[in-house]
Design a protein. Structure first.
Length: 123
């Protein structure tokens, strides 16, 4: 079983918050409230998927690419779609599938290149 980890983006400062404590109020399996020890209000929370690419943790909203920096580059975003973790194409060759499962494909030639908050032009 994978550990539950989160990463937090501070929208105001436009930076990742590191070394934080995240507090969640959960009721019947639903997150009711989230607070951070720094009292940051305008945040985005990214959950760890349990997968790694080239020994780097993969989080939801990460951007990954294969053929990075070439004319065949395809950029995909890590999302939850119909209950499945998928890599959704956001930029690049449109003849490819819109979504492919993260399971089984995370070890292919994909590399994490950022996330949708640090790279908003790729949303």
């Amino acid at each position: 079983m994978r550990g539950i980890k989160f990463r937090v983006w501070d929208k105001e400062k436009r930076t990742m918050i590191t070394n934080h404590k995240l507090y969640m109020d959960v009721l019947d399996g639903q997150i009711m409230d989230i607070d951070i020890d720094d009292f940051v209000d305008d945040i985005e929370i990214m959950q760890y998927t349990g997968y790694k690419m080239f020994n780097e943790d993969v989080y939801f909203d990460d951007l990954v690419s294969n053929n990075y920096g070439t004319d065949k580059e395809v950029i995909r975003k890590i999302v939850l779609f119909e209950g499945n973790m998928v890599m959704e194409r956001v930029k690049g060759y449109s003849g490819l599938l819109k979504r492919i499962s993260l399971h089984g494909h995370h070890n292919l030639n994909y590399k994490i290149i950022g996330n949708i908050y640090e790279n908003p032009e790729t949303k």
